[in-house]
Design a protein around this ligand. Sequence first.
Ligand code: 2NE
Length: 271
Amino acid sequence: LAWQPRASYSDITYDFADGIARIAINRPHKRNAFRPETVSQLIDAMHRAQFDREVGVIVLTGAGHEAFCSGGDQTVRGDDGGYHDEDGTPHLNVLDLQMQIRRCPKPVVAMIAGYAIGGGHVLHLVCDLSIAADNARFGQTGPRVGSFDAGLGAGLLARTIGMKKAKEIWLLCRQYDAKQALDMGLVNTVVPLAELEEETVRWCQDMLRLSPMALRMIKAGFNADTDGLAGIQELAGNATGLFYMSEEGLEGRNAWLEKRAPDFAKYRRRP
Ligand code: 2NE
């Protein structure tokens, strides 16, 4: 595709082509580890892609072929419970990013070459689909480096690949190759590295031909139980949006604007 940059950041790139936004962590010298600034920029880019009417699908990836993402940048992890930004404020907000990916009404596809490790592994996990190159490697390192993601990193992993395997990944901190990941249902497909982007774009194009509203609703439906009331809220918000477009919903608004009693009698109660 003829990718065009649509925004400029220090830690990530943001490109667009043919209905697809491609967001890439651009810190290959650190295996695309994220620091607070990286996460802030990813949040901004996700917001941009969500609100860009030309974007139908979002691809999340890492620059280069060595890594998708190696998690939190350990060199800026302070002693005070956070990762330090350039001003010295401890925060990371990667959990906000995880939820943003889940709440995004557009499909988000992880395109993985090389390592998806630690918090980087959780990032691909929270994406809707994962397309892996044959050089991809997966794993959690938290218990080795004094960290853990006991939220989506644990629970969603268990829901994705099963409890025993999820516990194995966290409790042993081993690495798994692309074939193992495919076999355990951690990724959707594995392709030769040279074909990774072409294959990812093909999957995106398939989704771009489908109903955006149907994709939006089914994504919210898949996330609803895991996200609890907040997930139901997302699904319910989408339902409200659809109701607003119906004659019955518009009758309520119009009656209020016209200062008359609404006439809902003409709308059938469906069995
Ligand atoms: C990713 C991995 C397995 C790659 O190994 P390899 O051998 O290909 O590369 P190497 O030499 O380890 O790394 C290349 C450069 O990238 C830096 C390294 O320090 C090295 O820099 P130089 O020595 O050349 O200067 N680098 C790699 N990962 C980094 C990182 N996460 N932070 C800062 N610099 C990093 C191997 O590098 C590896 O195992 N990396 C560490 C993975 C890790 O433990 N990540 C943190 C997990 S905790 C987390 O992400 C997290 C969470 O659990 C909960 C909430 C939020 C975050």
